[in-house]
Design a protein around this ligand. Structure first.
Ligand SMILES: Nc1ncnc2c1ncn2[C@@H]1O[C@H](COP(=O)(O)OP(=O)(O)O)[C@@H](O)[C@H]1O
Ligand SMILES: [Mg+2]
Length: 317
């Protein structure tokens, strides 16, 4: 897994939350032993239903949370260990997060120029002219204008605010962007515009993105590889194309079956598949683990499931 192509390597990562004491103690395994990696200039989509642990994964990588166990390696450096001032600065300089709800993450008392300039100042850029130039250049990149620089977040629409959220991240040129459901708080009509923008920026700037979504149709739109999460675990990781052509894990199949068909005739006959872990797997004798079924296609399965999946892969052209 220590391929130098990888900018991020996550190994056996766990993040548990505990609450209560004694008999009332409750442990939530929000992230439960997941491993994956992200290559330079790649978009890795992380998808799964609400509550499956996507945000916790993102927040643990950027070290808003301490991992319970496991390794996080970024650009050849272990960033999962004890937090120091130096490590915090290293992470801040290199990894940035785009949040679901832009209004929560933009200071209402700061102008757009101040919001965007903040990241530059933290990185030691203090020349006012340089800041102003970089702010304007970045605003244009995200489809806003020079006039927007002096305005406040509340003067913008939801879609525009998310453009500011994106601008705030790309202005600092991070090596990795974690986009946590960046469009799910927006009107459907605006979602495509913001996704198009991210896609254009990805090409133009060669961004590396960990793209989190609960909706596979959004991830499908521009992920090179996709990891499917269920209840704290990664259940399948594959190139986008392979995941659509030959989904193996029953949960992936269920997610795919939930995507509406653009064609009204096939849409009418579309069958929803329900996923029921108790019915769909028998792990009483054979314990499941993550196995590579074909190159770059991993699935969480038992030995007999693996035999079945291998057949599916062989039979799908
Ligand atoms: N700070 C926290 N304290 C306790 N439990 C949490 C916390 N954050 C998330 N959880 C729990 O961890 C699980 C995964 O949550 P989350 O990572 O937010 O999922 P997702 O982003 O996929 O919707 C959920 O059961 C959630 O309730
Ligand atoms: Mg979330």
């Amino acid at each position: 897994m220590n391929d130098s192509n990888y900018i991020l390597t996550v190994e056996n990562l766990c993040k548990y939350f505990s609450s209560g004491r004694g008999k009332n103690k409750l442990v939530v395994k929000a992230v439960d032993d997941i491993s994956f990696n992200v290559r330079h200039a790649e978009t890795f989509g992380l998808v799964g239903e609400s509550g499956c642990g996507k945000t916790t994964t993102g927040r643990t990588i950027i070290r808003l949370y301490d991992p319970t166990s496991g390794n996080i390696n970024f650009n050849g450096r272990d960033i999962g260990g004890e937090m120091t001032k130096e490590l915090r600065k290293y992470i801040t300089d290199n990894i940035a997060m785009i949040f679901q709800d832009p209004i929560d993450s933009l200071n209402p008392r700061m102008t757009v120029e101040e919001i965007l300039g903040e990241g530059l100042k933290v990185r030691g850029i203090t020349d006012k002219k340089e800041i102003n130039e970089r702010v304007i250049e970045t605003l244009l990149k995200v489809g806003l204008t020079e006039e927007h620089a002096t305005r406040y977040p509340h003067e913008f629409s939801g879609g525009q605010r998310q453009r500011i959220g994106i601008a705030r991240v790309i202005i600092i040129k991070p090596k990795l962007i974690i986009a946590d459901e960046p469009v799910s708080a927006l009107d459907v009509s605006i979602q495509a515009q913001v996704l198009n923008l991210l896609n254009d920026l990805k090409e133009e700037l060669g961004l590396t993105i960990l793209f989190i979504a609960h909706d596979l149709s959004v991830v499908k739109y521009f992920s090179d590889r996709i990891g499917v999460m269920y209840s704290g675990k990664l259940v399948e990781v594959a190139k986008g194309e392979d995941l659509y052509k030959k989904p193996l894990h029953p949960y992936t199949r269920a997610l795919l079956s939930a995507i509406p068909e653009p064609n009204p005739i096939t849409e009418r006959t579309r069958k929803r598949i329900e996923y029921d872990p108790v019915k769909d797997h028998d792990y009483s004798n054979e314990k499941p683990s993550m196995v590579e079924v074909e190159p770059e296609h991993f699935v969480y399965c038992s030995k007999s499931e693996l035999e079945k999946y291998k057949k599916i892969v062989q039979e799908t052209i």
